[in-house]
Design a protein around this ligand. Structure first.
Ligand code: FES
Length: 74
C-alpha cells in the first residue's frame, strides 16, 4: 500500500529506511522523496516513524546493526 502516492513510496519502504536509521521527515524526503510533493502524506509518514520509535526500538537497533554488516545478504 502506498503511503506517498506522489512518489510511489510504500509503508514497507518507510519502515526499511527507518531501520537504516532515517528518523525524521526531512531525511526521509531526501532518501526516497516521500512527502516532498503535495505533502498530504506527511502526517502518515510521521505516524510510521514515531510508532516504530516507541514500540520497537530494539528491532530498529537490530536492523541498524544488521545493515551495518556488509556481506550478510540482502
Ligand atoms: S502523497 Fe506524498 S507528497 Fe504527495
Amino acid at each position: 500500500m502506498f503511503v506517498c502516492n506522489c512518489k510511489s513510496v510504500t509503508e514497507n519502504d518507510i519502515k526499511k529506511l527507518k531501520g537504516q536509521g532515517v528518523g525524521n521527515i526531512r531525511e526521509l524526503g531526501s532518501r526516497c522523496g516521500a512527502g516532498t510533493d503535495c505533502g498530504s502524506c506527511v502526517f502518515w509518514l510521521e505516524e510510521i516513524l514515531q510508532t516504530k520509535n516507541q514500540s520497537s526500538n530494539k528491532d530498529s537497533l537490530a536492523q541498524e546493526a544488521a545493515s551495518a554488516n556488509p556481506g550478510t545478504g540482502d
